[in-house]
Design a protein around this ligand. Structure first.
Ligand SMILES: [Zn+2]
Length: 141
């Protein structure tokens, strides 16, 4: 079947994916997601309210709060900017959860690999929930 524009549907889909990839490669936006998934595709990276913050680098992460709301970007541990890599791999505040729920070789895995591990996702949701609870408690009443 040929479309009105003369292209086959499969060619149209390929062209669209190539344009999307080129736009993704050259964009300054969405870099957190691009770092996780540099090749565009039609599969979904399933998250939820908490995991999406780690996929995108947005939300309760101090780095994001600093960039958009002029808050302190330094993690409450005081050792680094709180980005998703610090939070997931390095922050001492969450070492107990990592010891309990992460695979022993977690430091050799990518963030994407960890986000695909159901047990790790549960631990990361717990971390993000606790972060949000602290943020809500710090709001002026
Ligand atoms: Zn920290």
């Amino acid at each position: 079947m040929t479309r009105l524009d003369g292209r086959e549907p499969s060619t149209l889909a390929q062209d669209t994916l190539q344009q999307w990839q080129a736009g993704s490669n050259n964009s300054l936006k969405g870099r957190a997601v691009f770092d996780l998934c540099p090749k565009v595709h039609l599969k979904r990276l399933h998250g939820n309210f908490y995991i999406n913050q780690l996929i995108t680098g947005h939300g309760a992460l101090a780095q994001y709060q600093g960039k958009f709301f002029c808050k302190d970007e330094i993690c409450s541990c005081g050792k680094a900017v709180e980005d998703r890599i610090h939070l997931v791999f390095h922050c001492e505040r969450w070492q107990g959860l990592r010891d309990k729920w992460f695979p022993a070789n977690y430091s050799q895995l990518s963030l994407l690999q960890l986000l695909q591990n159901k047990t790790v996702r549960t631990a990361l949701q717990t971390i993000m929930k606790q972060k949000l609870e602290v943020m809500l408690q710090e709001l002026p009443s």
